[in-house]
Write a protein that binds this ligand. Structure first.
Ligand code: GLN
Length: 282
């Protein structure tokens, strides 16, 4: 083996060369090459100058082309990490985002055991809660059958037991049921918001992102049902847009919820709003 200071011959179809000429940020190129080659990071570094199998090189080039065309890295890799667990993702679900981890953190401070996640997408929130509070009974709702299939597969792989319900928000849940804790990261982007044209958003499901003129339609529907579907003393926690906190808090107040508070995300933006149905837990 040549020492690090020596000039090493680098095969053009080696990991080092492919990453260097890909034109992508190294971290992305490396992740795509791991997926294309089936080799982990340590192997690719240790064998950086060796020619990779032609099939892996071909797969890598296709992934790079997809990335250059703007496809989200998470969809190309087929997975994204959330709270230390890997979730499968595809075009039917929103890519889990770090700001949503704060929603889970907040939920874990509150009592169950009857918990619902409205608009579960990949299942990242519901599955995290079910795995981190094994005494909770977690229901998850989504209007998209394709999203529910992805979420179910994630739950099966990660070993979480969830009650799945297909349909719109509360109406998908069993009639007459009530919950101690309801969480949701609903669509909250305003239709026509320029943000939708940027980054990963053009490739993500519009139904997971866009919600009417002000981005508040889904949140209004969820808050409107809260008093009926929350058990007395039960909590509703919502993720929302960076400029929606006062609107969401106002909706919660108007719907008769109390103890309303707002929390910020890692970027310092007001991102979460929680409120509680008055009354004593029974
Ligand atoms: N946080 C996402 C974004 O603006 C939107 C997710 C959502 O609408 N729930 O990038």
């Amino acid at each position: 083996m040549p020492g690090p200071a020596e000039h090493r011959h680098r095969a053009p179809e080696s990991a080092d060369a492919l990453i260097a000429v890909s034109g992508l940020p190294r971290i992305e190129a490396r992740a795509l090459l791991e997926a294309a080659s089936g080799r982990d990071r340590a192997w690719l570094i240790g064998h950086g100058d060796e020619t990779l199998p032609a099939a892996a090189v071909e797969r890598f080039r296709r992934l790079v082309a997809g990335r250059e065309a703007g496809r989200p890295l998470a969809y190309l890799l087929g997975e994204r990490e959330f709270r230390g667990r890997m979730f499968r993702v595809d075009e039917s679900v929103l890519i889990p985002r770090p700001e949503t981890e704060g929603l889970v953190d907040w939920a874990l401070e509150l009592p169950g055991p009857r918990v619902a996640d409205l608009g579960t997408g990949s299942g990242a929130i519901a599955i995290s809660l079910a795995l981190e509070r094994t005494s909770w009974r977690v229901a998850a709702v989504d209007a998209s059958a394709a999203a529910l299939a992805t979420a179910r597969a994630n739950a099966a792989r990660l070993g979480a037991g969830i009650d799945w319900h297909e349909g719109d928000w509360w109406t998908a849940l069993p009639a007459g049921s009530q919950y101690d804790l309801v969480v949701s990261n609903p669509p909250y982007v305003a239709a026509g918001d320029g943000h939708l044209e940027r980054g990963d958003l053009p490739h993500e499901p519009a139904m997971a992102l866009v919600s009417g003129k002000a981005g508040l339609d889904a949140i209004e529907a969820i808050v409107a049902g809260a008093r009926q579907w929350l058990a007395p003393g039960g909590w509703l926690l919502l993720e929302h847009g960076h400029d929606q906190a006062s609107a969401v808090a106002g909706l919660m107040r108007a719907a008769g919820l109390g103890e309303i508070s707002v929390r910020r995300d890692l970027a310092g933006l007001e991102r979460l709003c929680g409120g509680r149905r008055p009354g004593h837990r029974t």
